[in-house]
Every structure is written in C-alpha cells, then in structure tokens.
Design a protein around this ligand. Sequence first.
Ligand code: G3H
Ligand code: 13P
Ligand code: ZN
Length: 307
Amino acid sequence: MPLVTMKEILDEASSKGYGVGAFNINNLEFLQAIIEAAEEEKSPVIIAVSEGAMKYAGIEFLSSMVRLAAEKASIPVALHVDHGKHWEVIVSAIRNGFTSVMIDASDKPFDENVAITSKVVDLAHAIGVTVEAEIGRLKGIEDIVKVSEKEAILTDPEEAKEFVDRTGVDALAVAVGTSHGAYKFKGEPKLDIERIKKIRDLIKIPLVLHGASGVLPDIVELAEKYGAKLGGAKGVPDDQIVEAIKAGISKINIDTDLRLSFLAGVRKFLTEHPEVFDPRKYLGEGKEIVKETVKRKIRLFGSNNRV
Ligand code: G3H
Ligand code: 13P
Ligand code: ZN
C-alpha cells in the first residue's frame, strides 16, 4: 500500500495502548529485514532515516527504496526523518516523499525550539506531512547527580504541554532517562516512568521514546563470541519498555539493537566461513538476525496482529 503518515499509525496505537517501533535504516538489508519482520508479524512500522543515513546512502536512494517496499507490502509503512536538524534536510525529505519528519531543536532554548518547530509544522501540515519534535535532553538518569540538573534535562510536563499547544506538533519525544547508543547505564537501568504518566495526563498527542534499545544480552554475547568488544554495553530492559508503553509511550525508536544484531550475524558468518567472499552471504546472515530482533521488538511493543 502507499506510504502512510506517522500520525495515522500512532493515533491508532495510542488509542489502543500499544507501541510501534521506529527502526533506523542506512541500506537495503536493514530495510528488507524490517519490512519482512513487520509483514510476518502483521504490524505497522515506521522507517526512520537520520541525516547521517542520508549522507551515507543518499536521500533519493533511501526514499525510493522505502516507497517501493511500502507499495509492495500489505502493512502500513511510514517514512520518517529521524533527528532532522536542518531546514534544508526537512524540505528535501518532503520533496522526496517522506510522510513524516522529526525536527530536533531540543538543544536550543525553549522559545527558539518553539519557533523552529512551528515553522516546520506550518510547511509540513500544508502538504499532509506529520511532525515529531523533542523537548528535554537525552541523558542517562544516573549521570544526573543534582535534582536541579535532573529537572533541567528531563522533560518538564508543564513545558511539554505549552510546547504542544504553541507548535501543533503531531508527536512529542520526551527525555525520561534514556540515551542513544550501546552504553546507556552503568548501574541499574531506570526510566522516569512517573514523568511519562504526568506528561500523558497533560498531553493528548502520541509520545515518543528515543534511545530505547535493549542492547539485548544474547545478541551482545553472540557478537562478543565472534570477536566484538562491547564491554559495559547496557540498554533499557524489556520490562521498563512495557512500563513506558503502559504509562503512555506510543513510538519507540530502535537503532542500536539493529546495528548490534547485524554485527553479530556478519561476524559469526565470516568467522565460520573464512573462505566465503560473496557479500550476499555474510550480509544475508546479518539481515536474518536483524529480522529476528525486529520481530522480538514488535511482539514486545504489542503491535503484532494489528493489521
Ligand atoms: O538517534 C540517532 C540514530 O541512532 C541515528 O544515528 O546519526 O548515526 O545515523 P546516526
Ligand atoms: P538507540 O540508540 O537506543 O537504538 O536509539 C535510537 C534512536 O533514538 C533513534 O532516534
Ligand atoms: Zn533518537
């Protein structure tokens, strides 16, 4: 079916209380793995493309690939800019058929974030594209020592409400103790679930959790068995994700878990078959593990059997 907007997917998820994964891609194999997994699990899916991905693969290549994959698929697929920082990137993405964009001005002062986000909302909504924005900063809770610092970094519920009222965004990314990458916590992993509930009580649009990878222990173990060095890697445990969804999160961003899965597959294959030099063989093994990981995520978020 043709690409749908993020809003169509998330409004449905939010009203029924399940989460939907936004999975990052940089190449064909990750896209194939995600779409195949979503089809088999009968789940809607959001394909996320960062500015880094556009630089690596080219926005035309990525958008054409995703559009075609969506048209051939029987599940709803949205094509979304992840952490768009530049006006030109947002415009280029809309011209290239993205159905959704994230404008990330979360590092700017509140009023500037409002102004930048509003400008993107005006443009995007005029042509039926939906918008995600962010307030607060992604940083592991245990790295925040003082209460005053915690309040400055994590999303303030009242500020979030004002932000949504003033900008008219369709989805809001909140900072509740997660961070990007494979090293999210040194000690006990902990999200500020109460904060999600407070935000949910004030804001009716879907909420987004960035930095949500679990850094799955079995995948890390597999990659390390075949030579990866990932000491100290730690992510958000599954039970915290379930709590976050119950508290009001609808979109869950996953990149690191796919990177680690691909790494494990490629390392395993190359170690076990040192004589093979056909990239379809080792990339194919990476793809299969990414696909399994996406299926695990879909079931965890509860978006399976929704289509
Ligand atoms: O949140 C960031 C995503 O993991 C994308 O990462 O900027 O390296 O493509 P990237
Ligand atoms: P992870 O690094 O936890 O996968 O987070 C990805 C993300 O937030 C993409 O926007
Ligand atoms: Zn992110």
